[in-house]
Design a protein around this ligand. Structure first.
Ligand code: PLP
Length: 385
């Protein structure tokens, strides 16, 4: 029998954009004394009443599949929360429970994108947006978030970039990596634009509970249910990143499509994690406020140390990240992060990870204990002196 070589891996899978953060993480792994400002997750443990809810659920037999869209009881609780926050009645039929907010983003984009379609995504923006568009065979078109505009989109540019091929605009408020919180009028303009053009708004609001200035306004707060997907979840609000529990609020006409997408990918989110999320939503907001207060304190520390030196293009208004301007080094952001790690034992994320226009920044996450953060900040300030 003649010999053959194995056929190649899928072009889509092997062509996934690679993130520069991986390079920094593998350089930092195992290196002693490193202050980790690269990791974007709450450092606090999941609150005890939520863990208890999961144990109880497992003992009571919540150990089987749920329906694709999630447990009806959790969908009801999420719908109640979303309705309360957006000021609009959202029925449980519009909620799809997903494996983390990333599962919600994937489901929203896969629900509307075909190969060759375009989706507008922010620069800087979370790298998974581009990766999901790539998996859908769609083209990600970047719109700029510039410090001159407080890292908010320019509606003129959004209008200019919207073409016949555009299916959706993806936004993120509060924003990673910028810390920008979108004002109500901007969200209204974005929704109006979607109404006027027939495209969808996909709003990633996973940091909705971590706001220091102003208030979080949901893209779901406007009269345009058939144009808007809202993505959120338990990860950041309840320190539950490892539980993989998120949710998607769908336009009513697309809830069935988004639900159907769960079957071949995950079937459903973990049932035990769904019950834990019920305990989180039933347990009140005290633990959420406590988490947010810790991030505010650390945000203030970042501003105190780096702001004074003119290194912050903007004071973060939400989420738990700050962009730091490293242009004075004259080096690209990956080079800066490598040197920072080698010479000052601080791990940070190169701005280029978030988009081609963001190479003059690095991103730090203020998700470590206060004393560690202070040490990391003074090392960073010394490095950039
Ligand atoms: N969206 C943004 C902007 C994020 O930064 C993250 C995680 O870091 C996610 C979504 C994903 O959240 P989850 O862990 O719930 O999938």
């Amino acid at each position: 029998m003649s010999q053959t070589v194995p056929r190649p891996a899928s072009r889509r899978a092997s062509g996934l954009p690679r993130s520069a953060i991986r390079e920094i993480m593998s350089l930092a792994a195992g290196k002693p004394g490193v202050i980790h400002l690269e990791v974007g997750e709450p450092d606090a443990p999941t609150p005890a009443h939520i863990i208890e809810g999961a144990f109880r659920a497992a003992r009571e037999g919540w150990t089987r599949y749920s329906s694709n869209a999630g447990l009806p009881s959790l969908r009801e609780k999420v719908a109640a929360r979303v309705s309360r926050r957006s000021g609009r009645a959202v029925p449980a039929e519009r909620i799809v429970v997903t494996t983390g907010a990333v599962g919600g983003l994937y489901s929203a984009l896969m629900s509307v994108l075909d190969p060759g379609d375009e989706v507008l995504i922010p620069d800087p923006g979370w790298p998974n947006y581009e990766a999901i568009a790539h998996l859908a065979g769609a083209r990600a078109v970047r719109f700029a978030l510039s410090p001159q505009r407080k890292f908010l989109p320019d509606m003129e540019e959004i209008r200019r970039l919207t073409s016949e091929r555009t299916k959706a605009i993806l936004i993120n408020t509060p924003g990673n990596p910028t810390g920008a919180v979108f004002p109500r009028e901007l969200l209204r303009s974005l929704v109006e634009h979607c109404r006027g053009t027939g495209i969808y708004l996909v709003s990633d609001e996973v940091y909705e509970d971590i706001v220091f200035e102003g208030e979080h306004v949901s893209a779901g707060a406007f009269d345009a249910a058939d144009r808007v997907f809202v993505v959120s979840g338990a990860s950041k609000s309840f320190a539950m990143t490892g539980w993989r529990l998120g949710w998607l609020v769908c336009p009513p006409q697309l809830a069935g499509v988004a639900t159907g997408l769960q079957e071949p990918v995950t079937s459903c989110a973990s049932t035990i994690a769904q019950k834990a999320a019920e305990a989180a939503l039933d347990g009140g907001d005290a633990c959420v406020r406590e988490l947010a207060a810790a991030f505010r304190r650390r945000r203030d520390m970042v501003v105190e140390v780096l702001g004074k030196q003119g290194l912050l293009p903007m004071v973060p208004a939400g989420a738990f990240y700050a962009m730091v301007d490293v242009s004075r080094t004259g080096q690209d952001s990956l080079g800066v992060c490598k040197r920072l790690l080698q010479s000052h034992a601080v791990a940070a994320v190169p701005g280029i990870t978030f988009g081609p226009a963001s190479d003059r920044y690095i991103r730090i996450a203020f998700t470590v204990a206060d004393d560690e953060l202070r040490t990391g900040l003074s090392r960073l300030a010394d490095f950039l002196k």
